[in-house]
Write a protein that binds this ligand. Structure first.
Ligand code: F6P
Length: 551
């Protein structure tokens, strides 16, 4: 590409030109001209079937998108990631979540050291620990078995564990209760623990850095809750607290024995860490075997991403389609719509994965990007979304590409429910693509004044991801699919998908404001902007008034 910006490059311009042809063709037309596309524009590997035929593309679009990927040297970038190159340039780190699920015998070098044995050593320790807790061998301070597990963490140290727990609940040990505390809002901790018995409760403090204010405050509160509840001193912590972190020093300063710490490494990004020791709560819930089967699923998708030709490569195709709509149609968002209730937290999980990764405005060289980057990912499980926001997707003025995720076999067969669920997901994709013309509406006898309201323009794109059933292995594949689609997009835009400087400023400012609102003896003169000064003053006054009243 030389010194040309992405948007001046040959592959980009070819897509811009081509878009004019696509604009002239409705999906109805594309299917009429090419009846085979419903079967041809699909790909299947490792048990996942992707139908991308209902996208506003032709074979030529795909060729041009793949040229764009080749121009960005996607193949080399994938290899660079898998071989441990420091592709997180702003933090000078390797990006090796793929090492977390690589088989025992493999070899990935970081700074001259093979990291695979380290990964398996931690996995073995997690296995041993999980077995001891699950079999009641591990006892709390008063000799009772552990029945409640509370994961304390935020961002990548929470969203993955929560999502995986919900997704794999079917496989979980129902004798154990799992809770997740993330928010600094004290309500989160209070509600999560209100009905728990401290004797039977274990806290997992999950934090890569072990400095995050939300997690450290919640962990401190948990320690006080436990010691007060047991009526003992700090000696009880060892039986009720374990840590997952890369920071042994901070873990031990907090009072957790590093023998009860499960480590990971700076080459695992927070949002890419649910398959590291951050997944300890997942392993406790579903057991080590299921956890390893999830890792196997991740690994199979890694291998698919690394080896499948781009024409049949699911993360590459989905990443390129995201670019197509984001950059050539001006679409701002992508809706992820799982037709599987267990995946209810999957869209929330994807929000951090995709948006903390690709919400960037400069390239890896620090140049301002010349096009939009990361789209907003959002969604809800079907069919609930159908009775809520789907109206806008069907008849609103915005283009919202959708990813439907569906499973052929339900985990629990309840009457006719599953066939009805599946009929809905297929119907939604059909309705979005083909809509309903004014002529069709009229032939139904609709009065003329109502016709425009009942027309569905169609031509609204979607992917359909179809697989057998939701297993730990499938979940691993789905998460890796989105991880690699996110990476694919970042390579095209040449941005660093693995840093997150954008979260820093708010953290620093909050640290400055905390003493200003906590300490009543500080003056009411603050050095922020007029609005922030006023808000702080108002908060302090109202808080004082309330406190005086309640005393
Ligand atoms: O929100 C910023 C962030 O650094 C995320 O990237 C990370 O997942 C989260 O905070 C939690 O960080 P930690 O695991 O270090 O507590």
């Amino acid at each position: 590409m030389g010194n040309l910006s992405l948007t001046e490059s040959r592959a980009w311009k070819a897509l811009l030109d081509h878009k004019k042809n696509i604009d002239r063709k409705h999906l109805r037309q594309l299917f009429a001209d090419d009846p085979g596309r419903g079967e041809r524009m699909t790909t299947e590997d490792i048990g996942i079937f992707l139908d991308y035929s209902k996208n506003r593309i032709t074979d030529q679009t795909l060729k041009l998108l793949i040229k764009l990927a080749n121009q960005a040297e996607l193949k080399n970038r994938i290899e660079a990631m898998f071989s441990g190159e420091k592709i997180n340039v702003t933090e000078d780190r390797a990006v090796l979540h793929v090492a977390l699920r690589a088989p025992k015998g493999s070899k990935i070098m970081v700074d001259g050291k093979n990291v695979i044995p380290l990964v398996h050593e931690v996995l073995d320790r997690m296995t041993d620990f999980s077995n001891r807790v699950r079999s009641s061998q591990w006892k709390g301070h008063t000799g009772k078995r552990i029945r409640n597990i509370v994961n304390i963490g935020i961002g990548g140290s929470d969203l993955g564990p929560v999502m995986a727990y919900e997704a794999l609940r079917y496989y979980s040990d129902r004798n154990l209760t799992f809770r997740f505390v993330s928010n600094i809002d004290g309500i989160d901790f209070a509600e999560a623990t209100r009905d728990l018995n401290p004797d039977e409760t274990m806290f997992i403090v999950s934090s890569k850095t072990f400095t995050t204010i939300e997690t450290m405050t919640n962990a401190q509160t948990a320690k006080e809750w436990l010691l007060k509840g047991l009526g003992v001193d700090a000696g009880a912590v060892a039986k009720h607290f374990v840590a997952v972190s890369t920071n042994a020093k901070k873990v031990s300063e907090f009072g957790i024995d590093t023998a009860n710490m499960f480590g990971f490494w700076d080459w695992v990004g927070g949002r890419y860490s649910m398959d590291s020791a951050i997944g300890l709560s997942t392993m406790l819930a579903i057991g080590p075997e299921h956890f390893r089967s999830m890792l196997k699923g991740f690994h199979e998708m890694d291998e698919h991403f690394r080896n499948a030709p781009f024409e049949r490569n699911m993360p590459v195709l989905m990443g390129l389609l995201a670019i197509w709509y984001n950059n050539f149609f001006g679409a701002q968002t992508i809706a992820v719509l799982p037709y599987e209730n267990y995946l209810k937290r999957f869209p929330a999980y994807l929000q951090q994965l995709t948006m903390e990764s690709n919400g960037k405005q400069v390239t890896t060289d620090g140049e301002k990007v010349t096009c939009n980057t990361g789209p907003v990912y959002w969604g809800e499980p079907g069919t609930n979304g159908q009775h809520s926001f789907y109206q806008l997707i069907h008849q609103g003025t915005r283009l919202i590409p959708c990813d439907f995720i569906a499973f052929v076999n339900p985990l629990i067969q309840v009457g006719r429910h599953h066939d009805i669920l599946m009929a809905n997901v297929f119907a939604q994709a059909e309705a979005l693509a083909f809509g309903k013309t004014a002529r069709q509406v009229r032939t139904e006898g609709t009065p003329e004044w109502l016709v425009p309201h009942r027309v569905f323009n169609g031509n609204r794109p979607s992917n359909m991801i179809l697989t057998d059933r939701l297993t730990p292995d499938t979940l691993g594949k789905l998460v890796a699919l989105y991880e690699h689609s996110t990476f694919t997009q970042s390579v095209i835009w040449n941005i660093d998908a693995f840093d997150q400087w954008g979260v820093e400023l708010g953290k620093v400012l909050a640290q400055r404001i905390i003493p200003e609102i906590e300490n009543p003896s500080t003056l009411l003169e603050f050095n922020h902007d007029g609005s922030t000064n006023n808000l702080i003053r108002r908060y302090r006054k109202m808080k004082n008034r309330h406190n005086n009243k309640t005393i």
